[in-house]
Write a protein that binds this ligand. Structure first.
Ligand code: AMP
Length: 219
């Protein structure tokens, strides 16, 4: 059986499980997972010109300019893997200008579907508040019933801590920002009947099943 490729955009709040599901979808459909946040963080690590510019914007919680972002995504989806099989866009588009430009650069082969992975705000707040991360290797953990202090990483023995930006105030700020940025995109893709909401509450397997059923119906 041949596996069909797919051209997808996935929207979803912080803590919706979008990152995890994108990785699984990318393996399932054999398409690259293109996360613009990851691309920018890589540029920051490499200290490239883009990285230097992006760092200031990212640290301030703002958005990198549309022209820069569109150029970056266009170059990536022009590569052979994405041209032949498709892609999963994660973190892009973030603005209506980016969405319009995405339609322009993909006009020969347009998006199959835009998915909004929906998890209520109270649930993501609880999830993110319980999130802990290893300071050294970045492994994610969830606070359980056992109080583990000091908490050392199972992977590398590093300190497991709460991220500075995972306090309820900071999380609420990021969620507000997400909402105000994404509402126009939901409306943009809704108008052209390309948006499908998928319930993101459940086990990772349940959510994955819903996603593939929804996507397969559109391929
Ligand atoms: P993320 O990991 O997707 O939350 O992205 C981290 C940061 O990178 C964002 O807060 C923005 O500053 C920047 N960024 C990522 N994707 C975009 C985009 N499509 N447009 C503008 N800025 C972006």
């Amino acid at each position: 059986m041949t596996i069909k490729g797919a051209r997808l955009v996935i929207l979803g709040r912080q803590g919706s499980g979008k990152g995890t599901q994108c990785v699984r979808l990318s393996q399932h459909y054999v398409v690259p997972h293109i996360s613009t946040g990851d691309m920018l963080r890589a540029a920051v690590r490499e200290k490239s010109e883009l990285g230097r510019q992006a760092k200031t914007v990212m640290d301030g919680g703002g958005l990198v300019g549309d022209e820069v972002m569109v150029g970056l995504v266009q170059a990536r989806i022009d590569q052979d893997d994405a041209r032949s099989r498709g892609y999963i866009l994660d973190g892009f588009p973030r603005t209506v200008v980016q969405a319009v430009e995405l339609d322009r650069i993909t006009q020969d082969r347009g998006l199959d579907v835009v998915i909004d992975l929906v998890v209520p705000r109270e649930i993501v707040l609880t999830r993110i508040t319980a999130r802990r991360v290893c300071r050294d290797c970045g492994t994610n953990y969830t606070v359980g019933s056992v109080d583990r202090r000091p908490w050392l990483c199972d992977n590398c023995g590093g300190d497991v801590v709460q991220r500075d930006d995972d306090t309820p105030e900071a999380i609420n700020r990021r969620l507000d920002l997400y909402e105000s940025q994404t509402a126009p995109l939901i409306e943009f893709y809704g108008r052209t009947s390309r948006l499908v909401e998928v319930n993101g509450v459940g086990t990772p397997d349940q959510v994955f099943q819903r996603l593939t059923t929804t996507i397969d119906a559109r391929l």
